[in-house]
Design a protein around this ligand. Sequence first.
Ligand code: ZN
Length: 368
Amino acid sequence: MSEDENFDRIVALARATNPFYAEWLEGRECPPLLTRRVVLENNDRILNGHPVTGRTSGSLGIPVRISMSPRRLALLRSISWRYVQWLGGPLIRSHIMASRGRNGDFELNVNSPIDQQIEWLIQRYEKAKAVALVTHPTNAFMLARAILECKIDMGFLQRVGVIGENFDFHQRAYIQSAFPNAFIWSTYSSIETGMISGQCPYEPAFHHIMADCLRVEILDDDDRECPEGEIGRVVITDYHNEWAPLIRYELGDLAVRGSCPCGRIPFPAFSSVIGKVRGALKHRSGQRVIFVDLSIALRDLPGMKQYQVVQEELERFTVRLVMDERREEEIAAAFEAHFGYRPQLTFEYHDFLPREPSGKYHHSICRV
Ligand SMILES: [Zn+2]
């Protein structure tokens, strides 16, 4: 099916089967842009009685609930598998990620101390011949720093994948120096749509878009398609999510379209993906701590629309909030659970929390 046929098919299906889209698309030839706010306001109608299979932290702190059919979930897995094939096939791997309740031997929680992570990776190689690592960029960066500082030999790692966050070239070079024999790869994905693009294995500066599954538009401030090389807003249509369609959905990320010169992968490409980042805050011991767990605790508070945590000093934070009610005691308790002590918190309430001038949104900003 061509791009237009795929697009027309899901639009027609949504119009016919989904109560939200029946109204949203009525009398409109071209589906309008769908913002997170609109999705949030109509989330139940978009779900249309289907079970929730995922929820986002949201780049703007607004959690969106999504639903994918077993067929769509199978497609998600086959796209991941295809990407592994691009990289040269599967290797025995170790994951250092946010805990998802699975405690397989190959997985370690990303909140584990860095020296413990390094020890675990070495053990995984010795015991299970694990030669690939998958983690978040911010964590890979912290690992690289410790490895370089302590001059640890990690030459056994053949592949290091960094996922779930924005990842720039500065980080890539640094991580490469800590893992000299590893191919460093990254993917760009969202909870709502799964993998959107994967770094080209031949031209690492480019990401190929999974264009057989998703339509990706890159739009300027006037909602016109950006030419190659210009930064624009990422707008996605999922061709295959029939349970809870997302049509011309504005993800809240920025990217740049480009032409990959590899000539080997028949999909369009990004020359840059600029997006969400997870910030690493500092414990009063001086150790950097990943924000994920605290972020999830804040995200899940009732009434939470947006949040941003700014670490002004080691034990002093500003907590910026867009929420309907005050839950300061619960937030303080979440901080205590995260750090093991209660830092000083100043609460600020806002109508909206904007992006940085770079286009990035930081749930956490560390000024220490
Ligand atoms: Zn390529």
